[in-house]
Design a protein around this ligand. Structure first.
Ligand SMILES: [Zn+2]
Length: 383
């Protein structure tokens, strides 16, 4: 019986390998997780972390003995993960680092900012009545400066930090948007608007490149830095203010159609990345409250993305299947601190009362970087 199972496994593995070599995905990386989990452990993990919509069940199946993942409607199996039997040997867990010295940390400052802020639609431009003034700033600049400040704090403690982009208005691709347009004529020949081309094509490619660069760095933890906005009242100052953090998981209908995404689903199921992402994010979220004096998002907050795309893991910590949470191969926290168009925040954020990297900016950015830094230290001490 056991020999038969192994034969089936080898057969499926080699079929999977042939299908996906082109995409550089190797499901055999999961062989070390064979016979490590019981059926109920796998079912619990899928329910708690990964399944937002039962439609994804056309791409995985749990039987008495194993988990099957693939395009099951078309009898294509990517991988079979056999469940634990009594005598199986456990994988030795590697020791977690508890100090910043030598810890590899990847930081992705969200968006581009600068010249691209309007094309990517990530800016705040509000005319205040009292005090009478026009306020303008963009998220990509805030995230980049936050990352630079945080990097300095972490490097001073011996951490090895990699940042996905090298300046305001820059992404992770070598080509800027206009160079990219020259090489991708089919897009602008379609006479779609520039902002659409930026968001629907260039930005997506850039996100994949960010994830690829992070994975090549092989970090211990990854932080994606964002600032939140109340989009329903984007052009006015709002009273509401809150922070939250996203972690991987919460796959919706259609989101396991690609082999790449099924690989990531299985990775999240068998590695410690889910649990560690939640612990990291929980520690960061607590610091967002104490250091920034901003509450976590409440259950009553009307944010459609929470209902439609998220699974709540802890207060202020939600699984959400974003490119950067799905594709990064380490524990990850995708932070969304404060609401940029909250009246107090937008006045604070528009001030130029300090500098980071010789760039005049708001002290509030340094407070946000400090909250991330303190959260990481607490996370390490809790391991
Ligand atoms: Zn953002």
């Amino acid at each position: 019986m056991k020999i038969l199972k192994i034969c089936i496994l080898i057969l499926y593995s080699s079929v999977a390998l042939a299908n996906i070599k082109a995409e550089n995905i190797d499901f055999n990386e999961f062989d070390k997780y064979q016979f490590q989990f019981t059926k109920s452990e796998i079912e619990k993990r899928v329910k708690k972390y990964l399944e937002k919509d039962s439609k994804i069940r056309s791409h995985y199946k749990v039987t008495k003995d194993a988990l099957y993942i693939g395009d099951l409607d078309h009898n294509k199996i990517d991988y079979v993960l056999n469940f634990k039997t009594k005598k199986n040997q456990k994988i030795k867990k590697s020791k977690n680092k508890r100090s910043l010295k030598g810890l590899k940390i990847a930081i992705d400052p969200g968006h581009f900012g600068g010249d691209y802020a309007r094309l990517e639609d990530r800016f705040t431009n509000i005319f205040l009545e009292d005090p009478k003034e026009e306020i303008f700033f963009d998220e990509g600049t805030l995230t980049y400066l936050t990352a630079m400040e945080l990097k300095d704090l972490l490097v001073a403690d011996g951490a090895i930090v990699f940042c996905t982009r090298g300046g305001i208005g820059k992404g992770a691709l070598d080509d800027d948007f206009f160079e990219w347009l020259k090489k991708n004529t089919k897009h602008w020949k379609s006479s779609k608007a520039l902002d659409h081309l930026f968001r629907a094509y260039y930005n997506r490619e850039d996100l994949l490149q960010r994830a690829a660069k992070i994975n090549a760095f092989n970090p211990d933890i990854t932080l994606a830095i964002h600032y939140n906005t109340n989009f329903t009242q984007k052009d006015s100052a709002v009273k509401t203010n809150y922070s939250l953090a996203f972690v991987p998981g919460a796959f919706c209908g259609g989101e396991l159609d690609k082999v790449r995404n099924r690989y990531e689903f299985l990775r999240l199921l068998v590695t410690n990345h889910m649990v560690e992402s939640i612990r990291l994010s929980e520690n960061l979220a607590k610091q967002f409250v104490t250091k920034l004096k901003v509450p976590l998002i409440s259950n009553n907050e009307i944010a459609s993305y929470i209902d439609n795309f998220c699974l709540k893991q802890k207060d202020g910590v939600y699984s959400r299947n974003l490119a950067l949470t799905r594709l990064v191969h380490s524990p990850v926290c995708y932070g969304e601190t404060l609401i940029q168009n909250n009246k107090n925040e937008l006045i604070r954020l528009s001030k130029k009362d300090t500098t980071i990297d010789n760039i005049l900016c708001s002290k509030r950015i340094k407070e946000v970087a400090q909250a991330y830094y303190d959260g990481i230290k607490r996370y390490l001490n809790s391991r």
